[in-house]
Ligand binder design. Sequence first.
Ligand code: OOB
Length: 551
Amino acid sequence: MTKSANPPEASAPDWPGWPEEARERYRAAGFWREEVLADVLARQAQRRPDAVALVDGDRRWTYAELASEAGAVAAGLHRRGVRRGDRVVVQLPNRAEFLLLWFGLQYLGAVPVHAMPGHRGHEISHLLRTTGAVGYAVADRHARFDYRTLAASVLEEHEELRHVIVVGDTGGLEGAVGFGELRADAPANSAPAPDRPDPGDIALLLLSGGTTGTPKLIARTHQDYGYNARAAAAACGLTADSVYLAALPAAFNFTMCCPGILGTLTAGGTVVMAPSPAPETAFPLIAREGVTVTALSPPMVPVWLEAYADRAPGTAELESLSVLQVGGARLADDLARRVRPTLGCGLQQVFGMAEGLINVTRLDDPEELVCTTQGRPISPGDEVRVVDGAGAPVPVGAVGELLTRGPYTLRGYYRSPELATTHFTPDGFYRTGDLVRLRPSGHIDVVGRVKDQINRGGEKIDATEVEGQLLAYPGVSAAALVAAPDPDLGERSVAFLVCAGAPPTVRELAAFLRGRGLAGYKSPDRIEAVDAFPLTAVGKVDKNALRERSR
Ligand code: OOB
């Protein structure tokens, strides 16, 4: 038997976890159960073996089939030496294979690391390096990009990376195994005797939007993520009759668990994979599969509203849809108000974060709250505080930074002890960096943020990370990235550059950053050349002044 390169998490001081007192409380309250995420699927395969669990195009899997396929994937991975606690970076589009592999890993107690489809060499290398992953799963091609080229380049750099799994054609990539081959190696129903992880072990690693230069990783445990799925499913009213369309990237925490894919499976419903949230793809899928709930980020909302308003009268493509969730960035109130009259479904605003805390408007909340707030926490165990710059609580209705602690909110980042004091209070609250106002009902209005981030329609861009890359451009001696308001995306990025000669054009800079392996959405949308930056009283770059200038 091949020895695993990575010991199980329980023995590694990779992250702080919750203090004993909190763990006992969360167990006693019934938030945490003695369960692992693989049990979600195994249980449904027992209870409703013939119900449809997953749909991808013309392919469908009942719960029994999904469990058996995931078992076969687990067996294939096990044969190749993947073991409990091993990390595998998963960068797959919304295809059934995402879930087959994800549950295959769960069956082994191995840990999927959620990469986004838009990530490139810079981000993937960081994930591989930080997690010491033994595997990397990609599609052959997706959205006009050949992921095998990316895999080939990272394979050279990362010694610990022993398994590249390609969904589709491996294209002769040395050392790669095709997904079909991986699972075909093992006959159905031959899942290895599970090396059952502890419910408190890391079940998956999510990527944070990041505010410190390199994307931070968030360890989610079986019991905290399992609870997140159950609580979100309850707050969203999911049942075994729910049909969820996964239209945003499956790797996104919103899509995966709020309630998303995992919440739907927890409730015994059906997950339908959509290759894209565009109306021409999503609407026919909703009609064909009788989708009842889906989730979008704000920029897609006007696109859906316009597309549906343009439909011929009497078109009832969205008839089955009862809830449209919107989150990831602030939804404008006037767009929110148009959802029900135009699409004929309820709106649920979702203000969440990979770090944990999820807020949702409830289905029976007054329309005014649904259209103007970002919801309230899904769990009675969620603690929220709104504080001023000195950390003192502000009165209800006043703006302050949101701090939070709870049964599914992290207490520290993965392998980043240096962030303990900057991102957490001494008593374990996570500093979200979001500026909010609390209503007397407990609903939260998100009004801005203190973190140095651009929220480009839900895609988070870490200013510090991009600034570091901009400084590598020949002739650039100083760089500052700020958000400018944008009618479609909410925000776009503007790079202020101090250059020795002529500044680069947007296209030149994009090509340069692409060459450095940076994800495309991080390239500045606009460039402003300046002689020097405005400074604050203490001599820091005055980003507020730059934001004003970028309007
Ligand atoms: C979701 O997760 P992340 O980790 O990509 O980003 C979290 C941040 C929040 O701290 C906040 O700044 C912003 O995204 N955000 C919103 C928002 N939802 C997220 N800002 C205003 N209004 C909203 N509705 O984005 C995420 C994770 C799970 C569920 C939903 C979104």
